[in-house]
Write a protein that binds this ligand. Structure first.
Ligand code: HEM
Length: 481
Protein backbone atom coordinates (compact mmCIF):
# COMPACT_ATOMS: atom_id res chain seq x y z
CA UNK A 1 0.00 0.00 0.00
CA UNK A 2 1.19 3.51 -0.73
CA UNK A 3 1.37 6.37 1.63
CA UNK A 4 1.97 9.83 0.28
CA UNK A 5 3.15 12.47 2.73
CA UNK A 6 0.48 15.15 2.77
CA UNK A 7 2.89 18.03 2.23
CA UNK A 8 3.48 16.64 -1.28
CA UNK A 9 -0.20 16.45 -2.01
CA UNK A 10 -1.70 16.65 -5.47
CA UNK A 11 -5.43 16.48 -6.10
CA UNK A 12 -6.50 12.94 -5.33
CA UNK A 13 -7.45 10.64 -8.19
CA UNK A 14 -11.03 9.39 -8.19
CA UNK A 15 -10.44 5.66 -7.90
CA UNK A 16 -7.17 3.81 -7.62
CA UNK A 17 -8.20 1.76 -10.66
CA UNK A 18 -7.03 4.77 -12.64
CA UNK A 19 -3.52 4.06 -11.42
CA UNK A 20 -3.73 0.54 -12.70
CA UNK A 21 -4.41 -1.29 -9.45
CA UNK A 22 -6.80 -4.21 -9.57
CA UNK A 23 -9.65 -2.43 -7.86
CA UNK A 24 -12.22 -4.39 -9.82
CA UNK A 25 -11.23 -7.47 -7.83
CA UNK A 26 -12.42 -5.89 -4.64
CA UNK A 27 -14.98 -3.31 -5.69
CA UNK A 28 -17.46 -5.86 -4.42
CA UNK A 29 -16.17 -7.35 -1.21
CA UNK A 30 -17.15 -10.94 -1.79
CA UNK A 31 -14.57 -12.38 0.53
CA UNK A 32 -16.28 -15.72 1.05
CA UNK A 33 -15.08 -17.49 -2.10
CA UNK A 34 -11.50 -16.58 -1.27
CA UNK A 35 -11.36 -18.20 2.11
CA UNK A 36 -10.29 -21.75 1.27
CA UNK A 37 -11.39 -24.50 -1.07
CA UNK A 38 -12.77 -26.56 1.78
CA UNK A 39 -14.67 -23.72 3.41
CA UNK A 40 -15.82 -22.59 -0.02
CA UNK A 41 -18.02 -25.66 -0.46
CA UNK A 42 -19.54 -25.08 2.98
CA UNK A 43 -20.23 -21.42 2.19
CA UNK A 44 -21.68 -22.33 -1.21
CA UNK A 45 -24.11 -24.68 0.53
CA UNK A 46 -25.01 -21.85 2.90
CA UNK A 47 -25.68 -19.52 -0.05
CA UNK A 48 -27.75 -22.12 -1.94
CA UNK A 49 -29.93 -23.37 0.87
CA UNK A 50 -29.66 -20.68 3.56
CA UNK A 51 -30.37 -23.59 5.87
CA UNK A 52 -28.24 -25.28 8.55
CA UNK A 53 -26.37 -28.44 7.56
CA UNK A 54 -23.77 -30.94 8.75
CA UNK A 55 -20.56 -31.68 6.94
CA UNK A 56 -17.58 -33.88 7.72
CA UNK A 57 -13.99 -32.85 8.11
CA UNK A 58 -12.21 -36.20 8.27
CA UNK A 59 -13.95 -38.08 11.07
CA UNK A 60 -15.21 -34.87 12.64
CA UNK A 61 -18.86 -33.88 12.20
CA UNK A 62 -19.37 -30.11 11.84
CA UNK A 63 -22.74 -28.48 12.23
CA UNK A 64 -22.91 -25.26 10.22
CA UNK A 65 -25.32 -22.88 11.94
CA UNK A 66 -27.19 -20.52 9.65
CA UNK A 67 -29.86 -19.10 11.94
CA UNK A 68 -28.76 -16.05 14.00
CA UNK A 69 -31.10 -17.15 16.81
CA UNK A 70 -29.26 -20.48 17.04
CA UNK A 71 -25.92 -18.65 17.08
CA UNK A 72 -27.16 -16.38 19.85
CA UNK A 73 -28.31 -19.41 21.83
CA UNK A 74 -24.90 -21.08 21.49
CA UNK A 75 -22.89 -17.94 22.34
CA UNK A 76 -25.05 -17.01 25.30
CA UNK A 77 -25.10 -20.53 26.75
CA UNK A 78 -23.57 -20.67 30.22
CA UNK A 79 -23.79 -24.43 30.28
CA UNK A 80 -20.66 -26.58 30.29
CA UNK A 81 -22.36 -28.67 27.60
CA UNK A 82 -21.00 -26.20 25.05
CA UNK A 83 -17.36 -25.09 25.18
CA UNK A 84 -14.57 -23.77 23.03
CA UNK A 85 -12.50 -26.42 21.23
CA UNK A 86 -9.51 -27.76 23.13
CA UNK A 87 -6.16 -27.85 21.37
CA UNK A 88 -5.08 -31.18 19.87
CA UNK A 89 -2.72 -33.01 22.26
CA UNK A 90 0.43 -32.60 20.16
CA UNK A 91 -0.08 -28.87 19.52
CA UNK A 92 2.26 -26.33 21.14
CA UNK A 93 0.80 -24.58 24.15
CA UNK A 94 -0.37 -21.26 22.72
CA UNK A 95 -3.10 -20.09 25.08
CA UNK A 96 -3.50 -22.73 27.83
CA UNK A 97 -4.61 -21.30 31.19
CA UNK A 98 -5.79 -18.10 29.50
CA UNK A 99 -9.30 -16.76 28.92
CA UNK A 100 -9.53 -18.28 25.45
CA UNK A 101 -9.13 -21.82 26.81
CA UNK A 102 -10.58 -21.69 30.30
CA UNK A 103 -14.16 -22.61 31.09
CA UNK A 104 -16.51 -22.40 34.08
CA UNK A 105 -15.34 -20.98 37.41
CA UNK A 106 -11.71 -20.61 36.33
CA UNK A 107 -12.75 -18.56 33.30
CA UNK A 108 -15.10 -16.41 35.43
CA UNK A 109 -12.35 -15.68 37.96
CA UNK A 110 -9.82 -14.68 35.29
CA UNK A 111 -12.42 -12.51 33.52
CA UNK A 112 -13.33 -10.75 36.79
CA UNK A 113 -9.66 -10.15 37.56
CA UNK A 114 -8.89 -8.71 34.13
CA UNK A 115 -12.09 -6.75 33.45
CA UNK A 116 -10.91 -3.65 35.39
CA UNK A 117 -8.00 -3.37 32.96
CA UNK A 118 -10.49 -2.59 30.16
CA UNK A 119 -12.75 -0.04 31.83
CA UNK A 120 -13.22 3.21 29.85
CA UNK A 121 -11.20 5.32 32.33
CA UNK A 122 -8.30 2.90 32.13
CA UNK A 123 -8.48 2.84 28.34
CA UNK A 124 -8.44 6.64 28.14
CA UNK A 125 -5.10 6.70 29.94
CA UNK A 126 -3.69 4.42 27.24
CA UNK A 127 -4.38 6.87 24.40
CA UNK A 128 -1.06 8.79 24.75
CA UNK A 129 0.84 5.48 24.85
CA UNK A 130 -0.95 4.27 21.71
CA UNK A 131 -0.29 7.61 19.99
CA UNK A 132 3.38 7.56 21.09
CA UNK A 133 3.99 4.09 19.63
CA UNK A 134 2.23 5.14 16.40
CA UNK A 135 4.34 8.29 16.10
CA UNK A 136 7.50 6.23 16.48
CA UNK A 137 6.39 4.10 13.53
CA UNK A 138 5.50 7.17 11.48
CA UNK A 139 8.86 8.81 12.24
CA UNK A 140 10.60 5.71 10.88
CA UNK A 141 8.48 5.99 7.72
CA UNK A 142 9.44 9.65 7.37
CA UNK A 143 13.16 9.02 7.67
CA UNK A 144 12.92 6.24 5.09
CA UNK A 145 10.88 8.46 2.83
CA UNK A 146 13.50 11.24 3.05
CA UNK A 147 15.96 8.87 1.41
CA UNK A 148 13.62 7.84 -1.36
CA UNK A 149 12.46 9.64 -4.46
CA UNK A 150 8.79 9.90 -5.33
CA UNK A 151 6.30 7.60 -3.71
CA UNK A 152 6.92 5.79 -0.53
CA UNK A 153 5.50 2.28 -0.53
CA UNK A 154 4.86 0.48 2.70
CA UNK A 155 4.18 -3.10 3.64
CA UNK A 156 1.31 -2.00 5.83
CA UNK A 157 0.29 -5.31 7.39
CA UNK A 158 3.85 -6.11 8.51
CA UNK A 159 4.31 -2.60 9.92
CA UNK A 160 1.01 -2.78 11.79
CA UNK A 161 1.81 -6.17 13.29
CA UNK A 162 4.96 -4.66 14.81
CA UNK A 163 3.02 -1.61 16.00
CA UNK A 164 0.16 -3.53 17.63
CA UNK A 165 2.66 -5.81 19.40
CA UNK A 166 4.45 -2.70 20.66
CA UNK A 167 1.18 -1.17 21.86
CA UNK A 168 -0.03 -4.26 23.71
CA UNK A 169 3.41 -4.70 25.32
CA UNK A 170 3.40 -1.08 26.56
CA UNK A 171 -0.23 -0.87 27.65
CA UNK A 172 -0.79 -4.31 29.19
CA UNK A 173 2.64 -4.77 30.73
CA UNK A 174 3.66 -1.16 31.51
CA UNK A 175 7.19 -0.90 32.80
CA UNK A 176 7.71 -4.59 31.96
CA UNK A 177 7.18 -4.08 28.24
CA UNK A 178 10.74 -5.03 27.31
CA UNK A 179 10.31 -8.50 28.85
CA UNK A 180 6.82 -8.77 27.32
CA UNK A 181 8.24 -8.06 23.87
CA UNK A 182 10.79 -10.85 24.29
CA UNK A 183 7.97 -13.22 25.25
CA UNK A 184 5.95 -12.12 22.22
CA UNK A 185 8.90 -12.83 19.93
CA UNK A 186 9.12 -16.36 21.29
CA UNK A 187 5.40 -16.70 20.78
CA UNK A 188 5.81 -15.80 17.12
CA UNK A 189 8.18 -18.75 16.98
CA UNK A 190 5.52 -20.91 18.67
CA UNK A 191 3.00 -19.82 16.05
CA UNK A 192 5.40 -20.90 13.34
CA UNK A 193 5.82 -24.27 15.04
CA UNK A 194 2.03 -24.55 15.43
CA UNK A 195 1.62 -24.10 11.66
CA UNK A 196 4.01 -26.99 11.06
CA UNK A 197 2.28 -29.25 13.57
CA UNK A 198 -1.19 -28.33 12.28
CA UNK A 199 -0.27 -29.35 8.74
CA UNK A 200 0.40 -32.95 9.83
CA UNK A 201 -1.93 -35.63 11.28
CA UNK A 202 -1.82 -36.16 15.04
CA UNK A 203 -0.09 -39.48 15.84
CA UNK A 204 -0.68 -40.52 19.47
CA UNK A 205 2.48 -40.60 21.60
CA UNK A 206 4.73 -39.07 18.92
CA UNK A 207 4.98 -35.78 20.78
CA UNK A 208 6.94 -37.43 23.64
CA UNK A 209 9.81 -38.56 21.38
CA UNK A 210 12.77 -36.16 21.81
CA UNK A 211 13.32 -35.33 18.15
CA UNK A 212 15.19 -32.10 17.31
CA UNK A 213 11.84 -30.48 16.46
CA UNK A 214 10.20 -31.50 19.75
CA UNK A 215 13.23 -30.45 21.78
CA UNK A 216 13.05 -27.04 20.12
CA UNK A 217 9.31 -26.78 20.98
CA UNK A 218 10.03 -27.64 24.64
CA UNK A 219 12.92 -25.16 24.78
CA UNK A 220 10.76 -22.28 23.49
CA UNK A 221 8.00 -23.14 25.96
CA UNK A 222 10.48 -23.27 28.86
CA UNK A 223 12.05 -19.96 27.89
CA UNK A 224 8.63 -18.27 27.87
CA UNK A 225 7.93 -19.58 31.37
CA UNK A 226 11.32 -18.39 32.62
CA UNK A 227 10.87 -14.92 31.16
CA UNK A 228 7.38 -14.59 32.60
CA UNK A 229 8.60 -15.65 36.05
CA UNK A 230 11.42 -13.10 35.85
CA UNK A 231 8.95 -10.41 34.75
CA UNK A 232 6.71 -11.18 37.75
CA UNK A 233 9.59 -11.27 40.23
CA UNK A 234 10.95 -7.96 38.98
CA UNK A 235 7.52 -6.33 39.36
CA UNK A 236 7.20 -7.72 42.90
CA UNK A 237 10.65 -6.30 43.78
CA UNK A 238 9.68 -2.90 42.29
CA UNK A 239 6.58 -2.80 44.49
CA UNK A 240 8.63 -3.51 47.60
CA UNK A 241 11.15 -0.79 46.70
CA UNK A 242 8.46 1.78 45.95
CA UNK A 243 6.33 0.66 48.87
CA UNK A 244 3.14 0.74 46.85
CA UNK A 245 -0.16 -0.98 47.67
CA UNK A 246 -0.54 -2.53 44.25
CA UNK A 247 1.72 -4.08 41.66
CA UNK A 248 0.66 -1.49 39.08
CA UNK A 249 -2.66 -0.86 37.38
CA UNK A 250 -1.84 -2.54 34.08
CA UNK A 251 -2.93 -6.11 33.28
CA UNK A 252 0.26 -7.59 34.69
CA UNK A 253 -0.24 -5.69 37.95
CA UNK A 254 -3.84 -6.91 38.23
CA UNK A 255 -2.74 -10.50 37.73
CA UNK A 256 0.10 -10.30 40.27
CA UNK A 257 -2.33 -8.84 42.80
CA UNK A 258 -4.49 -11.90 42.16
CA UNK A 259 -1.46 -14.07 43.00
CA UNK A 260 -1.51 -12.61 46.49
CA UNK A 261 -4.73 -14.51 47.20
CA UNK A 262 -2.74 -17.70 46.85
CA UNK A 263 -0.02 -16.40 49.16
CA UNK A 264 -2.72 -15.58 51.70
CA UNK A 265 -3.87 -19.19 51.53
CA UNK A 266 -7.20 -18.35 49.89
CA UNK A 267 -9.03 -20.79 47.64
CA UNK A 268 -6.81 -21.77 44.68
CA UNK A 269 -9.76 -21.05 42.40
CA UNK A 270 -9.67 -17.42 43.54
CA UNK A 271 -6.04 -16.85 42.84
CA UNK A 272 -3.60 -16.88 39.98
CA UNK A 273 -0.37 -18.82 39.74
CA UNK A 274 2.60 -18.39 37.43
CA UNK A 275 1.04 -20.78 34.88
CA UNK A 276 -2.08 -18.58 34.77
CA UNK A 277 -0.06 -15.43 34.18
CA UNK A 278 1.97 -17.19 31.48
CA UNK A 279 -1.34 -18.25 29.90
CA UNK A 280 -2.87 -14.79 30.00
CA UNK A 281 0.31 -13.08 28.78
CA UNK A 282 0.24 -15.36 25.74
CA UNK A 283 -3.52 -14.99 25.32
CA UNK A 284 -3.39 -11.20 25.22
CA UNK A 285 -0.68 -11.30 22.66
CA UNK A 286 -2.50 -13.92 20.57
CA UNK A 287 -5.92 -12.30 20.83
CA UNK A 288 -4.97 -8.64 20.79
CA UNK A 289 -2.20 -8.30 18.29
CA UNK A 290 -2.87 -9.67 14.80
CA UNK A 291 -6.64 -9.14 15.11
CA UNK A 292 -6.10 -5.42 15.54
CA UNK A 293 -3.34 -5.29 12.92
CA UNK A 294 -5.58 -6.95 10.32
CA UNK A 295 -8.59 -4.79 11.08
CA UNK A 296 -6.50 -1.60 10.74
CA UNK A 297 -4.96 -2.97 7.51
CA UNK A 298 -8.37 -3.72 6.00
CA UNK A 299 -9.66 -0.29 6.98
CA UNK A 300 -6.65 1.44 5.39
CA UNK A 301 -7.11 -0.70 2.28
CA UNK A 302 -10.76 0.39 2.05
CA UNK A 303 -9.86 4.03 2.62
CA UNK A 304 -7.28 3.72 -0.15
CA UNK A 305 -9.86 2.21 -2.48
CA UNK A 306 -12.45 4.90 -1.67
CA UNK A 307 -10.50 8.20 -1.70
CA UNK A 308 -13.68 10.23 -1.15
CA UNK A 309 -14.11 8.50 2.23
CA UNK A 310 -10.44 8.91 2.97
CA UNK A 311 -10.73 12.68 2.41
CA UNK A 312 -13.82 12.91 4.64
CA UNK A 313 -12.25 10.92 7.46
CA UNK A 314 -9.07 13.00 7.22
CA UNK A 315 -11.04 16.26 7.37
CA UNK A 316 -12.84 15.00 10.46
CA UNK A 317 -9.51 14.02 12.07
CA UNK A 318 -8.14 17.52 11.32
CA UNK A 319 -11.11 19.14 13.03
CA UNK A 320 -11.06 16.84 16.04
CA UNK A 321 -7.33 16.60 16.60
CA UNK A 322 -6.70 20.30 16.21
CA UNK A 323 -3.12 21.47 16.44
CA UNK A 324 -1.89 18.53 18.43
CA UNK A 325 -2.00 16.26 15.36
CA UNK A 326 -2.48 13.18 17.50
CA UNK A 327 -5.89 12.25 18.88
CA UNK A 328 -6.36 13.33 22.49
CA UNK A 329 -8.04 10.95 24.98
CA UNK A 330 -11.21 13.02 25.25
CA UNK A 331 -11.66 13.56 21.53
CA UNK A 332 -11.91 10.04 20.14
CA UNK A 333 -15.67 9.85 20.55
CA UNK A 334 -15.94 12.74 18.07
CA UNK A 335 -14.38 10.70 15.27
CA UNK A 336 -17.82 9.61 14.07
CA UNK A 337 -16.99 9.05 10.40
CA UNK A 338 -13.97 6.98 11.34
CA UNK A 339 -16.19 4.91 13.65
CA UNK A 340 -18.66 4.01 10.92
CA UNK A 341 -15.87 3.25 8.46
CA UNK A 342 -14.27 0.97 11.05
CA UNK A 343 -17.56 -0.84 11.65
CA UNK A 344 -18.12 -1.34 7.94
CA UNK A 345 -14.59 -2.66 7.58
CA UNK A 346 -15.11 -5.04 10.51
CA UNK A 347 -18.35 -6.20 8.87
CA UNK A 348 -16.81 -6.86 5.44
CA UNK A 349 -13.56 -8.30 6.81
CA UNK A 350 -14.13 -9.68 10.33
CA UNK A 351 -10.73 -10.91 11.59
CA UNK A 352 -12.45 -13.93 13.18
CA UNK A 353 -14.31 -15.10 10.07
CA UNK A 354 -15.47 -18.33 11.69
CA UNK A 355 -15.97 -19.28 15.33
CA UNK A 356 -16.37 -22.79 16.64
CA UNK A 357 -17.78 -24.50 19.70
CA UNK A 358 -17.86 -28.13 20.87
CA UNK A 359 -20.99 -30.01 21.94
CA UNK A 360 -19.74 -31.85 25.06
CA UNK A 361 -23.05 -33.71 25.43
CA UNK A 362 -26.05 -34.42 23.23
CA UNK A 363 -27.64 -30.99 23.06
CA UNK A 364 -30.48 -29.18 21.38
CA UNK A 365 -29.74 -26.06 19.34
CA UNK A 366 -33.02 -24.43 18.35
CA UNK A 367 -35.10 -27.37 17.22
CA UNK A 368 -32.15 -29.53 16.19
CA UNK A 369 -30.67 -32.33 18.26
CA UNK A 370 -26.89 -32.22 18.04
CA UNK A 371 -24.92 -35.31 19.09
CA UNK A 372 -22.04 -35.12 21.57
CA UNK A 373 -18.67 -34.50 19.90
CA UNK A 374 -20.07 -32.38 17.07
CA UNK A 375 -18.26 -29.13 16.29
CA UNK A 376 -20.63 -26.18 15.93
CA UNK A 377 -19.46 -23.79 13.19
CA UNK A 378 -20.56 -20.17 13.52
CA UNK A 379 -19.94 -18.57 10.11
CA UNK A 380 -19.58 -14.95 11.18
CA UNK A 381 -18.45 -13.73 7.77
CA UNK A 382 -21.41 -15.39 6.06
CA UNK A 383 -23.82 -13.50 8.33
CA UNK A 384 -21.92 -10.29 7.63
CA UNK A 385 -22.42 -10.70 3.87
CA UNK A 386 -25.96 -12.09 3.91
CA UNK A 387 -28.36 -9.97 1.83
CA UNK A 388 -31.29 -11.07 4.00
CA UNK A 389 -29.84 -9.01 6.86
CA UNK A 390 -27.89 -6.25 5.09
CA UNK A 391 -29.90 -5.73 1.91
CA UNK A 392 -28.89 -6.11 -1.76
CA UNK A 393 -25.73 -4.02 -1.21
CA UNK A 394 -24.42 -6.43 1.45
CA UNK A 395 -21.13 -6.91 -0.40
CA UNK A 396 -20.55 -3.21 -0.92
CA UNK A 397 -18.63 -0.73 1.18
CA UNK A 398 -21.34 1.56 2.58
CA UNK A 399 -20.29 2.93 5.97
CA UNK A 400 -23.51 5.02 6.21
CA UNK A 401 -25.39 1.87 7.18
CA UNK A 402 -23.79 2.25 10.64
CA UNK A 403 -24.80 5.91 11.03
CA UNK A 404 -27.39 5.10 13.66
CA UNK A 405 -25.22 2.60 15.50
CA UNK A 406 -24.39 -1.06 15.04
CA UNK A 407 -27.69 -2.32 16.42
CA UNK A 408 -29.68 -0.48 13.72
CA UNK A 409 -27.34 -1.22 10.82
CA UNK A 410 -28.87 -4.56 9.84
CA UNK A 411 -32.40 -5.63 9.14
CA UNK A 412 -32.27 -8.48 11.63
CA UNK A 413 -33.71 -8.49 15.13
CA UNK A 414 -31.04 -10.98 16.27
CA UNK A 415 -27.38 -10.00 16.38
CA UNK A 416 -25.75 -10.52 12.97
CA UNK A 417 -22.79 -8.17 13.45
CA UNK A 418 -20.59 -10.52 15.40
CA UNK A 419 -17.03 -9.33 14.87
CA UNK A 420 -16.38 -9.28 18.62
CA UNK A 421 -18.71 -12.23 19.32
CA UNK A 422 -21.60 -12.00 21.79
CA UNK A 423 -22.64 -13.46 25.14
CA UNK A 424 -20.49 -13.72 28.28
CA UNK A 425 -17.31 -14.67 26.42
CA UNK A 426 -17.45 -11.71 24.01
CA UNK A 427 -14.13 -10.02 23.29
CA UNK A 428 -12.78 -8.38 26.44
CA UNK A 429 -10.55 -6.20 24.26
CA UNK A 430 -13.31 -4.75 22.03
CA UNK A 431 -13.07 -1.15 23.28
CA UNK A 432 -9.29 -1.38 23.46
CA UNK A 433 -9.16 -2.51 19.81
CA UNK A 434 -11.53 0.19 18.56
CA UNK A 435 -9.68 2.89 20.46
CA UNK A 436 -6.33 1.67 19.16
CA UNK A 437 -7.62 1.54 15.57
CA UNK A 438 -8.91 5.13 15.82
CA UNK A 439 -5.65 6.47 17.24
CA UNK A 440 -3.51 4.70 14.64
CA UNK A 441 -5.67 5.46 11.59
CA UNK A 442 -6.26 9.13 12.50
CA UNK A 443 -2.54 9.66 13.16
CA UNK A 444 -1.61 8.12 9.79
CA UNK A 445 -4.28 10.01 7.82
CA UNK A 446 -3.16 13.31 9.31
CA UNK A 447 0.22 12.79 7.69
CA UNK A 448 -0.24 10.55 4.68
CA UNK A 449 -2.48 9.97 1.71
CA UNK A 450 -3.01 6.24 1.32
CA UNK A 451 -3.20 4.48 -2.02
CA UNK A 452 -3.36 0.84 -3.04
CA UNK A 453 -0.16 -0.43 -4.57
CA UNK A 454 -0.56 -1.43 -8.23
CA UNK A 455 1.06 -4.70 -7.25
CA UNK A 456 -1.45 -5.49 -4.54
CA UNK A 457 -3.70 -8.44 -5.37
CA UNK A 458 -6.81 -8.81 -3.30
CA UNK A 459 -6.83 -12.33 -1.90
CA UNK A 460 -7.88 -12.47 1.76
CA UNK A 461 -6.84 -15.69 3.42
CA UNK A 462 -8.38 -17.19 6.51
CA UNK A 463 -5.39 -18.47 8.43
CA UNK A 464 -6.96 -18.47 11.94
CA UNK A 465 -7.77 -14.85 11.22
CA UNK A 466 -8.88 -13.29 7.95
CA UNK A 467 -5.80 -11.50 6.73
CA UNK A 468 -4.50 -9.77 3.62
CA UNK A 469 -1.81 -11.32 1.48
CA UNK A 470 0.73 -9.66 -0.71
CA UNK A 471 1.48 -6.39 1.07
CA UNK A 472 5.14 -7.19 0.69
CA UNK A 473 6.41 -4.51 -1.66
CA UNK A 474 8.39 -1.76 -0.08
CA UNK A 475 9.09 0.58 -2.97
CA UNK A 476 6.92 1.84 -5.79
CA UNK A 477 8.51 2.02 -9.19
CA UNK A 478 8.15 5.12 -11.35
CA UNK A 479 4.95 6.25 -9.68
CA UNK A 480 3.96 9.89 -10.05
CA UNK A 481 3.35 12.13 -7.09
C1 HEM B 1 -10.30 -5.97 15.95
C2 HEM B 1 -9.76 -6.62 16.93
C3 HEM B 1 -10.36 -7.80 17.62
C4 HEM B 1 -11.30 -8.68 17.20
C5 HEM B 1 -12.03 -8.70 15.86
C6 HEM B 1 -11.53 -9.62 18.26
C7 HEM B 1 -12.44 -10.65 18.21
C8 HEM B 1 -12.69 -11.53 19.25
C9 HEM B 1 -13.66 -12.59 19.22
C10 HEM B 1 -14.57 -12.92 18.04
C11 HEM B 1 -13.60 -13.24 20.40
C12 HEM B 1 -14.42 -14.45 20.82
C13 HEM B 1 -13.71 -15.71 20.38
C14 HEM B 1 -14.50 -16.96 20.72
O1 HEM B 1 -15.37 -16.90 21.55
O2 HEM B 1 -14.18 -18.01 20.17
C15 HEM B 1 -12.58 -12.60 21.20
C16 HEM B 1 -12.22 -12.97 22.47
C17 HEM B 1 -11.19 -12.41 23.17
N1 HEM B 1 -10.45 -11.31 22.79
FE1 HEM B 1 -10.66 -10.23 21.12
N2 HEM B 1 -10.70 -9.30 19.31
C18 HEM B 1 -9.98 -8.19 18.96
C19 HEM B 1 -9.06 -7.52 19.74
C20 HEM B 1 -8.69 -7.90 21.00
C21 HEM B 1 -7.74 -7.19 21.83
C22 HEM B 1 -7.05 -5.89 21.44
C23 HEM B 1 -7.59 -7.91 22.97
C24 HEM B 1 -6.74 -7.64 24.16
C25 HEM B 1 -6.14 -6.54 24.43
C26 HEM B 1 -8.47 -9.08 22.87
C27 HEM B 1 -8.59 -10.05 23.81
C28 HEM B 1 -9.52 -11.07 23.77
C29 HEM B 1 -9.65 -12.07 24.82
C30 HEM B 1 -8.78 -12.19 26.06
C31 HEM B 1 -10.71 -12.89 24.45
C32 HEM B 1 -11.30 -14.04 25.25
C33 HEM B 1 -12.45 -13.44 26.07
C34 HEM B 1 -13.09 -14.40 27.04
O3 HEM B 1 -13.22 -15.58 26.76
O4 HEM B 1 -13.50 -13.95 28.11
N3 HEM B 1 -9.12 -9.02 21.67
N4 HEM B 1 -12.04 -11.56 20.48
Amino acid sequence: MFTLPLRNRKPPGTRCSQQGSPVSTFAEHKTRPQISKFQLSAFQLYSCTGDKFIFWQGAQARFFLTDPDDVKEVLCSRSTQISRLQRRPDMVNLVDNGLLQLEGEDWAFHRRTLNPGFLPDKLKKMVPIMAGCTMEMIEKWSSKEANEAKRHEIDVFTELKKLTADIIAHTAFGSSYAEAKQIFELQQEQLRLAKQIGSKPCIPGLRFIPTAFHRHCWKVEKKIEELTSEMIERRIRQRKLNQKDMHGDDLLGLMIDAMDNRALGLDKKLSMGIADIVGETKTFFMAGHETTATSISWTLMLLAAYPEWQARVRDEARTVCDASSVPAPGSLHRLNLLSIVLNESLRLYPPGALMTRMANKDIRVGKTLVPKGTVLVLPIIAFHHDQRYWGPDANEFRPERFSEGASKASQSSSPVFLTFSAGPQFCIGQLFALQEAKVVIASILLRYRIMVSPRYRHSPINYTILQPQGFHHTKAQGAEM
